[in-house]
Design a protein around this ligand. Sequence first.
Ligand SMILES: [Zn+2]
Length: 67
Amino acid sequence: MAHSSAHTQFASGNGVGLMRCPYPNCGHSNTIITKVHCRMHHQMEREVLFEQYGKPTRVLLNYGNLK
Ligand SMILES: [Zn+2]
């Protein structure tokens, strides 16, 4: 796995926000949909992917279940 030290400042007030890749049946979710993911898994640039399939869906982790 490639480790990137950039883009680690993604934070939200309520829990952790995850983005889900809009590509059909991809199911990949992360704090950010990386350009590398789009290139490696979908052979397209992120901008193109978002244009064709829409912006990534925001997924909020449910901290209510944590004990
Ligand atoms: Zn994907």
